[in-house]
Design a protein around this ligand. Sequence first.
Ligand code: AHR
Length: 497
Amino acid sequence: MDAKMRISSDYRVSEIDKRIYGSFVEHMGRCVYEGIYEPGHKDADEKGFRNDVKELVAELNVPLLRYPGGNFLSGYNWEDGIGPREDRPRRLDLAWKTIETNEVGLHEFIEWAEEVNSEVNMAVNLGTGDIDDARRIVEYCNFPGGTELSDLRIRNGREKPFAIKTWCLGNEMDGPWQIGQKTAEDYGKLAAQAAKLMKLVDDSIELVLCGSSSSEMPTFASWEAEVLDQAYEYVDYISLHRYYGNQENDISNYLAKSLDMDNFIKSVVAIADYVKAKKKSDKTINLSFDEWNVWYHSNEETDNTEPWQVAPPILQDIYNFEDALLVGCLLITLLKNSDRVKIACLAQLVNVIAPIMTEAEGDAWKQTIFYPFQQVSDYGRGIALTPNVQVESYDSTDFKNVPYLESISVLNEEAKELVIFAVNRSQTEAINFEAQISEIEISSVIEFSQMSGFDLKDINEKNAKRVQPNESKEIELDGQKVQATLAPLSWNMIRIA
Ligand code: AHR
């Protein structure tokens, strides 16, 4: 099958906000404890954080980390996690029915994030928390000094403010499972007042309002319209969360699920712009897709886990090759919408539905989904160009007109590099891909990397890196034309200088 792409620097989606390559660390399962933090591990640093995990996180290249939850957030008091460790309380975490030891808190996490070159996207508890808790944590983190809370931060070892720029106003407040679930009107009013106080403390911060927990929620769309109506003038982004799975074992439908993500994004943009028009506002609300990933492999094991353990093995999805292909399609979808999606977080980072896995007292390794994420984060920097692609399409169980090729190109003017990301969704046919490039000077192919040829259910395990990208030679550059063979069911990255 043939696919033709026209690429021109004149046709741009947007400058890409690097925060689109964020991830998420929640105090749940083995993400923090036995994930990033394991004192006593042979690779632990003097603070108890694993150096082998730090190296993998730095390699994954995540400029933003949402923290500390998630559902955990809605019952969490951030003040439990500051001050001397021996004085910190052990608490019931009612969201995941576990025990939280509070060994890792705000200082430890932010300083760890700094070491792996990530900013923190801090979330404030609006489940059991109130607007004063939201004000206090901003003052503690960002105020230079001379007040009770900022001086307490200094006494706790941090002279310089943490300068947290991006903050989430609660988590999934529409969900019946959420501690302190609220109606859209109640949440919108609370979030508006919390936001007002937080910005009075530090007017340089940016705030994310909770959208729906998923586009499948019965209140989806009316929730967004109502919460934005209440809080529009105080916030900067609205959140989206969505997880996908291949429960039906139907690969053509599974790989089409990125069309659902695209539709979800466009619907939220429409709602945000409707509220903008209704309010006759000059301000545009952008999107924070702050939880997205594949999540379904571990559901049964998680349901059967004993409650009230410290760091139980929950949501430990082991990802296969087909999941990496879908993650590739989802990343391309985020880039296609980078004019409005300014923040996105792959949920989560370590052990819990994560690209990185660890064994207690043992190794850390990369799941299949690590690779497309790392490549897009490393090389998808600069300007997302309009994807002008001609290719055949198919209908799947739930989707019509699914293009066999999912693709976008990114122009990095600083590095003088053009990068094409592409997924071939066809199970049987290679794609003869041809990109005609104009207004961009090109002279050589730097790299053509491809993930293909694996069994769809192939996974990686510790010491067995089966599923990973390999170099392909099936590429030619002829003047301003690039021709490459994209194998059936493949993830591809082409870098041209
Ligand atoms: O990421 C796992 C959970 O999924 C989060 O805690 C919650 O926000 C979402 O439902």
